[in-house]
Design a binder for this molecule. Structure first.
Ligand SMILES: NC(=O)c1ccc[n+]([C@@H]2O[C@H](COP(=O)([O-])OP(=O)(O)OC[C@H]3O[C@@H](n4cnc5c(N)ncnc54)[C@H](O)[C@@H]3O)[C@@H](O)[C@H]2O)c1
Length: 436
């Protein structure tokens, strides 16, 4: 099939290369000319395990091309995927400007009938709006479909090659069949292709992210109570997670969820709800609790140093919003680093993948360490913000000799408090049993 992908970011590039890898001819288009120039040479703008190799192979085999010209992408494809950003606006709603503007431009370039697929996360009714525009202004028949994306940064490639489910939101049986055929190589093990109406498909995406954000937040809130009553959230996680009705995933307490999706999608659904005269009280609380949770670790650090953070050297491990990605958008690290700086602390960070992005945001305000251990030299405390695998096993003796004072704030509960304390450290986790 001839496919174009408009917006070559995390979603567009990954999805584009997966379609190319299953034998389709794919053109990835982006407004960012530099990004396109680099991609043509096989240089990948994001860190995503396995992606570079797959992109290079498909470029070499001639199935994957890149362009900065929307007209070319539209004219040369039968199915057009919109993978454009839908950032949060000031009032919390999702900004659909990119999606609407590009759709209008596509209408001007139509050379035959097409299928347009929204992979962007858009508020309920957006696909209907785009369809209405094409009905009034398109020179050719266009079917607009909602096909929300569920990939997770860090495992984006395997999520796209083996998705848990494909959601196709359309009332058009022929268009649904075309899309189902396109996805067939990815669901050979039997994972479902679920066809539903456009609005339900749009809502399914928000429901999924909001539910997961709620699960995390429930555990974070409970963890804060655990600290007060002397219970341990890790024991509770294991205790409830083995119940299949609850499930084991998304039960890890920590310093709040971040990233480019959960925070904005929760806020956008709350906003959609308000616009329709409904109050989504659970999600309003989830959003509020999550904002507070990011600040909780700062309170612990301040308490530990009795409010005197000025001049303290704090090593921060992890800037990315989660492991296996270089994405720092809405990461809890932002709240932590800026609060530490505001208190006058000296911050040095290490992240295995997100240093380039961190430098773009923090410039010379903080120091960047080449390795996790070098960040600890003379440090008054270590704050673990992202649970990268390489942070999990510690050489406690080396760390102790490097640090000025052996204090660990474990924002992701990756260490055994007893082991760390026995080695002579002061340990603060999230919802872990306090030192007796
Ligand atoms: N990142 C994720 O994990 C993820 C997962 C599922 C769904 N989504 C959703 O998918 C959508 C895209 O997210 P993303 O993370 O890939 O965003 P991104 O910011 O990584 O990529 C978007 C790309 O679109 C390009 N772009 C912007 N305006 C353009 C225009 N007018 N014409 C052509 N290109 C343009 C940007 O240059 C950028 O490369 C969003 O709605 C997001 O909520 C993201």
């Amino acid at each position: 099939m001839k496919i174009s992908v408009i917006g070559t970011g995390y979603v567009g590039l990954v999805q584009g290369v997966c379609f190319a890898d299953t034998g389709n001819n794919v053109i990835c288009m982006d407004i960012d000319k530099k990004k396109i120039r680099n991609l043509k040479r096989g240089s990948i703008p994001i860190y995503e395990p396995g992606l570079e190799e797959l992109v290079k192979r498909n470029i070499k085999d001639g199935r994957l091309k890149f362009t900065a010209k929307l007209k070319e992408a539209v004219e040369k494809s039968k199915i057009i995927f919109l993978c454009l950003p839908t950032p949060q606006t000031e009032d919390g709603s999702a900004d659909t400007t990119h999606v609407m503007e590009v759709s209008k431009k596509i209408a001007g370039f139509l050379n035959e009938s097409k299928i347009i697929v929204s992979k962007s996360t858009v508020p309920v009714g957006t696909v209907e709006k785009i369809q209405g525009y094409f009905r009034q202004n398109g020179k050719h028949d266009v079917c607009v479909i909602s096909n929300p994306e569920f990939l997770k940064e860090g495992t984006a490639l395997q999520d796209s090659l083996k998705p848990d489910r494909i959601i196709i939101g359309t009332g058009d049986k022929n268009a649904a069949a075309v899309l189902a055929e396109l996805y067939e190589p990815f669901v050979r093990t039997g994972n479902p292709v679920i066809v539903m109406d456009e609005k339900s498909a749009e809502m399914t995406k928000y429901a999924a992210n909001s539910f997961l954000a709620t699960k995390i937040t429930f555990m974070n809130d409970l963890a804060n109570l655990c600290e007060k009553v002397g219970a341990d959230i890790e024991s509770i996680r294991r205790g409830i997670g083995s119940d299949p009705r609850i499930g084991k995933s998304f039960l890890f307490a920590g310093i709040g969820y971040g990233g480019s999706c959960f925070p904005k999608d929760v806020k956008a659904l709350v906003k959609t709800s308000a616009v329709h005269g409904h109050k989504l009280r659970i999600l309003e609380s989830v959003d509020r609790i999550n904002e507070d949770q990011k600040k909780m670790i700062i309170l612990k650090i301040k308490n530990h140093f009795k409010g005197e953070l000025k001049g303290k050297a704090i090593a921060v491990w992890g800037v990315a919003f989660k492991p296996q990605t270089d994405d720092i958008r809405e990461a809890p690290s932002a709240v932590i680093i800026s609060s530490l700086l505001k208190e006058g602390a000296k911050v040095r960070v290490h992240d295995p993948a997100a240093m380039t992005n961190a430098k773009k945001v923090y410039g010379s305000k903080i120091k960047y360490s080449k390795s996790a251990y070098s960040a600890l030299k003379g440090a008054d405390a270590l704050v673990v913000v992202t649970e990268w695998n390489e942070f999990r096993r510690l050489d406690l003796n080396s760390i102790k000799s490097l640090m000025k004072t052996p204090v660990i704030f474990d924002g992701r509960n990756i260490y055994d408090p007893d082991e760390v304390r026995e080695a002579g450290f002061v340990y603060h986790g999230v919802g872990r049993k306090m030192q007796k």
